[in-house]
Write a new protein. Structure first.
Length: 118
RNA sequence: UGGAGCAGACGAGGCGGUUGCUCCUUCUGGCUGUUUUAAACCAGAAGGGGAGGAAAGUCCGAACUCCAAAGGGCAGGAUGGUCGCUAACAGCGACUCCGGGCGACCGGAGGAAAGUGCCACAGAGAAUAGACCGCCGAAGGGGAAGCAAAAGCUUUCCUCAGGCAAGGGUGAAACGGUGAGGUAAGAGCUCACCGCCCUGAUGGUGACAUCAGGGGCACGGCAAACCCCAUCCGGAGCAAGACCAAAGAGCCCCCGAAAAGGUGGCCCGCCUUAUGGGGGCGGGUAGGUCGCCAAACCUUCUGAGCAAUCAGAAGGUCAGACAAAUAACCGCCCUCGCUCGAAAGAGCGAGAACAGAAUUCGGCUUACGAUCUGCUCCAACCU
RNA sequence: GGCGCGGUACCCAAGCGGCUAAGGGAGAGGUCUGCAAAACCUCGAUUCGUCGGUUCGAGUCCGACCCGCGCCU
């Protein structure tokens, strides 16, 4: 599996965001919430939301870069093709790259477990 | 050595590699399409570019776009020593005056004799000054004592009529200051010096400076109160705006008067329109494309100018996204800190802070560094 | 990204440059009551988001900064 992140692999349309907010399944985490919904594209797509409450522009960009890096490096951990929306919450501004990575993997595992049951 | 002032550079290590993003150019393949070639799109390869000095705050000024060709007036706003620079500016440079500092240096700047308004409390009086305490009471009035025949004279008291504004006191501010003369006591009443005002001469483009003569003091403060004077400004803003255009719905143009609406806060002016008649097939949402990166540009040199800056020559082109691009990590070297060691050296850690382009420039302001550099001033010590 | 509005006690707020910075709610204490409620009385801002400037004097006028909110695709 490739480790790229091309334009079509990112959620870019306002409609897609609104659809996920309405129909997506939510997983609440300590530092971010994750909204997902399966798609029929054959590949997964990623969207990142970091509001201005989190911090200044430098920090917001850094968080987005972390999220994208983990997504493209670990596409094989995603159980099936879906749209993923990562919404950063207050508290994320203090943590390190390693802590964030652990949290991301744990959240993906939770989704895999939940979907197996269903 | 310590303290201080001003100016300036840099913005963070260097080399190489792996994975990944974005834009440009060239090439290859695919898809679509057609008479054919291509464009666009997708994938790949090669080469190249890829955040800041403040990209920030959005405080000023412009370019650009639309609002009728943005036009006239009012209202409103901005600036404020002088001269210059600039596309423009609340910016920059040089100079002038005033204030602060021992000093390097720093800060301020039109008009208060065009008008209006305000100056609480305190105080006698606060802008056509005023008299609480106080000082005087000379000439005038009254009382007492002495001298004198008398007229009167001398001394003294009253503080009566009145005079004064020196001193006390109030206040942020009290209607020139100091000294001398003068006087009953005083007072620019007079004089000297200082301040102020007026006139003239000289120098300077000018703010202003210097000098000479005169006046006899008049002109309190506040215009970041209204205002006056001079100069400048139409309004919005790239989410401006232009073009293509699914779905859905019908929509548009021409003719004519009143009314309504719009056009910048108002007026003028200008534009549009219901209804009726006639004619025609466009307008525009989602979405897409453009605007969107070569510009008042950067570097070096030469010349003009005290300087800001200007002129010329040569060379360079180095972000262009749109839920929005720089990250994760490895190796070697370098610098710094800590530990071990007699030393050579070894190990560990760190390489930041403020902060992320969003139409583009010129400034201002604010934030920041464990990177530096230069000049200057003051103090102490040494020679 | 651009444009606009606001910040005064715990909350809502008024405030021509001049007295101790109105008022309402909530709170605390008291009066009343057997105890409460209601009513009545009393109390609280060392300072008006922060820092400078103008003025004799600033919550108010003028700058700079901080924070909060709204509108425009």
């Amino acid at each position: 599996m490739d480790e790229g992140l091309r334009a079509h692999e990112r959620i870019r349309k306002k409609k897609d965001f609104l659809f996920l907010y309405q129909k997506g399944h939510r997983v609440k985490g300590k530092y971010f919430n994750l909204i997902y919904h399966e798609n029929n594209l054959g590949y997964s797509r990623l969207g990142v939301v970091v509001s201005r409450k989190i911090g200044k522009a430098v920090l917001r960009n850094k968080i987005k870069r972390w999220v994208r890096e983990l997504f493209r490096r670990n596409k094989s951990r995603i159980p099936f093709p879906m749209d993923i929306l990562v919404v950063a919450t207050q508290g994320i501004e203090g943590i390190s790259w390693q802590v964030y990575r652990e949290e991301y993997f744990r959240t993906l595992n939770r989704i895999a477990h939940r979907e197996k049951k269903n």
